[in-house]
Design a binder for this molecule. Structure first.
Ligand code: FES
Ligand code: FES
Length: 210
């Protein structure tokens, strides 16, 4: 039979509608088979195991927080979307901008680049944890920002404030040039660096007077 004729015969025998029905039926069968062959015991065991591993207790801003964390979940995601601590910002999400900076055991870290599971037994501080919880008094860095008004859109501000907090805790006698280096892991898309450094110098001054 000529090729064109044979195609015509096939089209009549297997219409487009028949073909689509066949594909759907095959897919449904495969899905059902997968479900049945995996069996309830295997599924149950996997679910139980992963749930146990995913639950962990984090110390955040001085409080113990119990949270269900996915194996590949970053600290930034946990803070913002599980613990509702949205002061921590997500910019690049790949260790370039510093918007997500928090303190881990007092050291400034990019929370977008740490897996939450690595933080069992560690202490995390976010921008929400800087002010005095009892009196509402601002930290020296927060007060310095209020004094100097150092940001424009302020998207970068929480990250800078956390890096400044680590900086003045380490060295309240920091010079402007040292502050420039210490804060170089934080980027400001409004390029407000001069005023941000004014804040840093004011924060150091306040830290020396405490
Ligand atoms: S969001 Fe983490 S470094 Fe940019
Ligand atoms: S003030 Fe806008 S990103 Fe820094």
């Amino acid at each position: 039979m000529h090729d064109v004729e044979s195609v015509g015969v096939l089209e009549k025998k297997y219409s487009r509608r028949t073909f689509i029905k066949g594909v759907i039926a095959t897919g449904a069968t495969v899905s059902s088979a997968n479900y049945l062959f995996r069996g309830p015991n295997i599924l149950g065991a996997a679910t139980l195991q992963s749930t146990t591993e995913r639950l962990l207790t984090l110390t955040v801003n001085g409080q113990e927080r119990r949270v269900d964390v996915l194996p590949n979940e970053t600290l930034a995601m946990t803070l913002r979307y599980k613990l509702n601590l949205t002061g921590t910002k997500l910019g690049c999400d790949r260790a370039e901008c510093g918007a997500c900076t928090v303190l881990v055991d007092g050291v400034n870290q990019y929370s977008c680049s740490i897996l939450t599971h690595q933080l069992r037994g560690r202490s995390v501080t976010t921008i929400e944890g800087l002010e005095n919880a009892d009196t509402g008094e601002l930290s020296v860095v927060q007060q310095a920002v209020m004094d100097e008004g150092g940001f424009q859109c302020a998207f970068c501000a929480p990250g800078f404030v956390m890096s400044m907090t680590a900086m003045v805790a380490n060295n309240p006698n920091v010079t402007r040039e040292e502050a420039r280096v210490a804060l170089s892991g934080n980027l400001c898309r409004c390029a407000d660096y001069d005023k941000i450094l004014n804040c840093a110098m004011r924060a150091a001054e306040l830290a020396r007077s405490v």
